[in-house]
Design a protein. Structure first.
Length: 623
């Protein structure tokens, strides 16, 4: 029992009654909903899987069973398993996090205990994160508590950042003196690990030295709020050839194409506000936070990427784009609209254009928090409305040629709108401004709209075809279950959910599952039922430590069948497992021997094996 029930041994570090209390006090959909935008479909909730890239939602949450499952990548389990996977933490740490995030009181003995020594899912990832967390604390300490950080602190204060904001974003300072290597070396961090952090450069002789020097340090965090990289702003930009901003290089834990600044905070705020706000830079996000706009995010100094859009799409169906009001900002806004519309056509976009020549940070400093919030809420416009204004750039609309080019481009843009009412509003604006014949415009618009619809239908057909092929490939790649394994899954499902069938199977002399994974689950369940009178899928999942067995258990729970409690069906499954399967194995083995005898042209052996094979087949028919 002890060897089989390792999950319980791990769980006993936290009393089982505490684990049960935490699990039963939360709804898995509320926890998962902090990371995935879930929508109801039938009995389950569906969303884009947070564990792999996908365009079609294959990630589901079953509230009745309190389990999650992805039909594409196969991950599944209960609420603790989800947190373990997405946060890369151990089981005890997952229990603590679920409790703390949901304001569930824990016994002092549990809350005060250090569970950091528990094994992580990926030890190198955990080590790299630990190094970055330590580095962030040192940079922050130097900024707020030392004479070396006074100049940097004065710079931030003049930019309107309070102590609370500096603490909130863990902003720090890397002094001219190279302290980081010695600090981490004193913490017994070896050079092989430090080379992989991106925090250091390497001399030709192999010695490491600090990458960041004399820079205000902005920690970059992952979706779980763990520091994974830094962006350092040079404090003194005079008489230097150093870049103004220096980011960490890409590492095992940091990919700038995937990371969004402040996403760990913004994704939670998005559940409340129903949207995210995309800014151009870190300081704009921080400025918005100062105005109590906490759902702001920014990309990592590059154009918005497909990976970042996928991350956004998982947590919200609406986004505001708020870039700088200068020409570069407007160009960036136009690119963002284009890439979002292409990659995530269902994502609703609104544009907040800042006044010309001013960015959100400057606007806040000049006009204050209340006016900044008012601007964000009142200055929104649709992508088409923005596009109609953007098309005017570098055009002289008093010039007939420019005017014709603008009108042709404007009508093409309006044709991308699916709503006829919205189209009519934009057409009326053009008619009024340029004194045009509305009939001529609507005729041209109608033809462009027809072409768009036809193109979209073709694209949908291609996507459907690719989707069908993709689903077919996934089905082929999945393990094909033979008749015996299907029977084992169906029977184990019945046994777990019906105590009468459990007792009946236990009374069958010499019963055992053929495949080891089902026999192991059966034995773990036996120890579970020694202390539990009722079966709870989410609770039992904690007993199953092995990842593969947890996935098998989820697959069993998701079987759509109504045979629970059907004793005749259970006996049929037992018959297949105990009688038909062994004979089928003998038949397969005999057929293999017969082929070998035929190849060797051993006629006597071939005749003997043929008779034995016929006898086995007759015996199988009699079962």
């Amino acid at each position: 029992m002890g060897e089989l029930n390792r999950g319980v041994l791990m769980a006993t570090r936290i009393p089982e009654e505490v684990i049960d209390q935490v699990r039963s006090s939360v709804n898995i959909s509320d926890v998962v909903g902090q990371y995935v935008q879930l929508k109801k479909s039938g009995k389950n909730l569906f969303g884009l899987c947070p564990f792999h890239e996908e365009k079609t939602a294959s990630f589901s949450v079953n509230e009745d069973k309190q389990i999650f499952h992805c039909f594409s990548c196969g991950r599944g389990g209960n609420v603790f398993k989800f947190i373990m996977e997405i946060e890369n933490i151990s089981f005890p740490q997952a229990v603590i996090k679920v409790a703390q995030d949901n304001q569930i009181d824990l016994p002092q003995s549990v809350e005060s205990r250090d569970y950091n020594e528990a094994p992580q899912v990926d030890s190198l990832t955990a080590q790299l994160i630990d190094v970055h967390e330590l580095a962030s604390k040192l940079y922050h300490h130097i900024l707020v508590n030392t004479a070396a950080g006074e100049r940097a602190l004065d710079y931030l204060t003049k930019r309107g950042l309070s102590k609370d904001i500096i603490d909130q974003f863990s902003i720090g300072y890397a002094p001219p003196q190279r302290l980081m290597y010695q600090f981490l070396h004193d913490k017994n961090m070896d050079d092989d690990l430090l080379r992989q952090t991106g925090l250091f450069l390497e001399w030709q002789d192999g010695h490491l030295y600090d990458r960041f020097v004399d820079r205000v340090m902005f920690p970059i965090k992952n979706g779980s709020g763990k520091v994974i990289a830094f962006s350092g702003r040079l404090l003194s930009t005079e008489n230097t050839d150093q870049p103004k901003y220096l980011n960490s290089p890409e590492t095992k834990i940091f990919n700038k194409r995937k990371v969004l600044f402040n996403f760990d905070i913004a994704r939670k705020a998005a559940r409340r506000d129903g949207k995210l706000v995309l800014f151009e830079g870190f300081m704009d996000v921080i400025a918005a936070y100062r105005a109590d706009v906490t759902n702001g995010i920014a990309s990592m100094g590059t154009s918005l990427t497909e990976e970042q859009i996928s991350t956004i799409e998982r947590v919200t169906s609406s986004i505001d784009v708020c870039y700088d009001g200068d020409s570069a900002g407007q160009n960036a806004t136009n690119r963002a609209i284009s890439v979002i519309s292409e990659q995530a056509p269902k994502l609703e976009i609104e544009i907040v254009s800042m006044p010309a020549g001013i960015d959100p940070d400057e606007y806040l400093q000049k006009y204050g928090a209340e006016k900044f919030k008012d601007w964000l809420s009142s200055a929104r416009q649709t992508p088409v409305s923005f596009g109609l204004k953007y098309l005017r750039h570098d055009l002289n609309l008093d010039n007939e040629a420019d005017q014709i080019n603008y009108l042709n481009d404007a009508i093409k843009l309006i044709a991308t709108v699916s709503s006829e009412m919205e189209q009519d509003i934009y057409v009326n604006q053009l008619v009024a401004e340029f004194n045009l014949d509305k009939t001529a415009i609507t005729g041209q618009l109608r033809e462009l709209t027809r072409q768009r619809v036809t193109s979209e239908q073709r694209q949908q057909t291609r996507q459907t075809y690719r989707g069908v092929n993709s689903a077919t490939v996934q089905q082929v790649e999945k393990k094909q279950l033979d008749r015996t394994e299907v029977a084992e899954r169906m029977l184990l499902r019945q046994m777990l959910h019906d105590h009468g069938i459990w007792v009946h199977v236990q009374s069958v002399d010499q019963f055992a599952f053929v495949h080891e994974e089902y026999q192991t689950l059966y034995l773990i369940a036996a120890s579970y039922f020694e202390t539990h009178s009722n079966y709870d899928p989410a609770k039992f999942s904690d007993y199953v430590e092995d990842n593969h067995l947890q996935q098998v258990l989820v697959d069993i729970e998701l079987i759509q069948a109504s045979d629970v409690g059907n004793m005749d069906a259970a006996n049929d499954y037992i018959k297949i497992i105990m009688k038909q399967t062994p004979i089928q194995d003998q038949i397969s083995n005999k057929e293999s021997q017969l082929r070998e005898a035929s190849q060797l042209k051993n006629r006597d052996l071939e005749a003997k094996l043929t008779i034995e094979l016929v006898d086995l087949m007759k015996k199988q028919q009699q079962l």
